[in-house]
Design a protein around this ligand. Structure first.
Ligand SMILES: NC(=O)c1ccc[n+]([C@@H]2O[C@H](COP(=O)([O-])OP(=O)(O)OC[C@H]3O[C@@H](n4cnc5c(N)ncnc54)[C@H](O)[C@@H]3O)[C@@H](O)[C@H]2O)c1
Ligand SMILES: [Zn+2]
Ligand SMILES: [Zn+2]
Length: 336
């Protein structure tokens, strides 16, 4: 690994986090270079520069239909490794080293083939590749949620709840699609200037759901938003987004909440409004295509991810986590 981005999912899957309590090496926005390949791997060679993304099986019906984010093996391959083997052992304790098929909070990893996106043909210099780890998760998720799942259209009103790495990628993608207005909602006002710089036409301070609703309705001609993206994490925000959607509005949900979280939506307005609530994993994206699409936007200056990032030495891991939590940086990049 050369670099790895920090995504909120690393934090929520950390100590006491969701899904599984087995000890694990987290990290899932890695970039690096191939040191060795397995006998069945044909799409990369030793020495190739790569961006790492999530893993999928390739054999199930969603994988075969080109929707690897909905692989039936997704939870097992990306989050849960209860049947740990002897690959990673610390003090006699077996450890999951296949988080998102990669566990890139480790300098050397044994990465699943499907997680590896070869970018050799793009001839990126080392500094540029170093920035691209979050294209494997956070940016893929936000930009893909708007572009693929939300099918954003020109002049559509768009609300993005949560201005983290996912939300900022969504803002940039909404701008590329020509959405208008683009409204960002966050409790942390530190994020607002940058959100406006990168494409938000309006920002709203979150926290008071009734006030958020009032302002969204005012900014969208009274009826609510045509496209909404929930990227905070939790049913409360989804419910609020459904409430604030106009008739025929699309609400895309990506935030990660606890396993017990239940979305509860008043059914009548949902039905007569013809609203569409869309669950979305990894931006409905095929990493092997969508990462290159984002690199194309970046080359054209439409996806200025540098504005979101700050690079930390891997030793300063905790500082990066604290800075992200405080909103001092949107997307920390850790460098080995
Ligand atoms: N579905 C997927 O495939 C997928 C992929 C990546 C991340 N995620 C999830 O998406 C979410 C966002 O990830 P991220 O890395 O951008 O996180 P982040 O921590 O960088 O950003 C979250 C933002 O939400 C804001 N927020 C918190 N409480 C709020 C409130 N009450 N009102 C308004 N804003 C509030 C925070 O201030 C922060 O800016 C997380 O839940 C993460 O686990 C899902
Ligand atoms: Zn599959
Ligand atoms: Zn992630």
């Amino acid at each position: 690994m050369e670099t790895v981005g920090l995504c909120h999912t690393d934090l929520s899957m950390g100590v006491g986090g969701a899904i599984t309590d087995v000890p694990k090496i987290l990290g899932h926005e890695g970039t690096g270079k191939v040191l060795k390949i397995g006998s069945k791997v044909t799409h990369v060679a030793v020495g190739d520069p790569v961006i790492l993304s999530f893993t999928w099986c390739g054999d199930c019906s969603p994988c075969k239909s080109g929707a690897p984010g909905y692989c039936y093996e997704f939870p097992q391959g990306n989050f849960i490794m209860n049947d740990l083997d002897e690959t990673y052992v610390l003090d006699g304790q077996k450890i999951d080293g296949k988080f998102f098929g990669q566990s890139s909070f480790a300098k050397i990893g044994i990465v699943n083939g499907p997680s590896v996106v070869n970018v050799k043909h793009l001839n990126l210099d080392a500094d540029t590749l170093a920035k691209f780890g979050p294209l494997g998760c956070g940016f893929l998720t936000g930009a893909g949620a708007i572009t693929n799942a939300g099918e954003a259209k020109k002049d559509e009103s768009c609300v993005i709840y949560g201005l983290g790495g996912v939300g900022f990628a969504a803002i940039m993608a909404a701008k590329i699609a020509g959405c208008n207005p683009i409204i960002g909602v966050d409790i942390n006002e530190k994020k607002f200037d940058l959100a406006k710089k990168l494409g938000a036409t309006h920002v709203i301070k979150g926290g008071d759901d009734a006030e958020v609703s009032k302002q969204i309705k005012e900014l969208t001609g009274g009826h609510g938003a045509e496209l909404s993206l929930e990227c905070i994490g939790g049913s409360r925000f989804v419910q609020n987004a459904v409430d604030n959607a106009c008739h025929l509005g699309k609400i895309v949900y990506v935030g990660l909440a606890g396993m017990e979280d239940v979305i509860s939506i008043p059914s009548f307005p949902f039905m007569i409004g013809g609203k569409k609530l869309i669950g979305c994993t990894e931006g409905n994206a095929r990493p092997y295509e969508f990462i290159e699409k984002m690199i194309g936007w970046h080359a054209k200056g439409q996806f200025p991810i540098e504005e979101l990032q700050k690079t930390y030495k891997i030793e300063d891991f905790q500082l990066a986590v604290d800075d992200m939590k405080k909103g001092n940086v949107i997307k920390p990049i850790l460098k080995y």
